[in-house]
Ligand binder design. Structure first.
Ligand code: FES
Length: 106
């Protein structure tokens, strides 16, 4: 099973066994990781699944879509490596993915 390391804004770490074929957001919710809300259920319409993708992984995940760009433009505390985690599907290639979580989702 691929793993994802989530790091809360306060540094608390959550290493989870992720399910391939489910989004990073859904994997966080399934494992009760604090700091990801996922209010719209992954429909790319709420931005409450915002996370910072570790730069080491930036080239390995798919590029942002237009909707994701627009939502991130209106989100709080964004950084160049901000992504909506509902738009990133887990697979074996992403084993070890590191995602930091913004303070605004607590
Ligand atoms: S869960 Fe709503 S945009 Fe990702």
């Amino acid at each position: 099973m691929p793993k994802i390391l989530f790091i809360e804004h306060n540094g608390k770490q959550h290493l989870i066994d992720a399910e391939a074929g489910k989004s990073v957001m859904q994997n966080a919710l399934d494992n009760l990781v604090p700091g990801i809300v996922g209010e719209c259920g992954g429909a790319c319409s709420c931005a409450t699944c915002h996370g910072y993708i570790d730069p080491a992984w930036a080239q390995k995940i798919p590029a942002k879509g237009e909707n994701e760009e627009m939502l991130l433009d209106g989100a709080m505390h964004t950084e160049p490596n901000s992504r909506l985690t509902c738009q990133i599907m887990m697979d074996a290639e992403l084993d070890g993915l590191v995602v930091r979580l913004p303070i605004s989702q607590y």
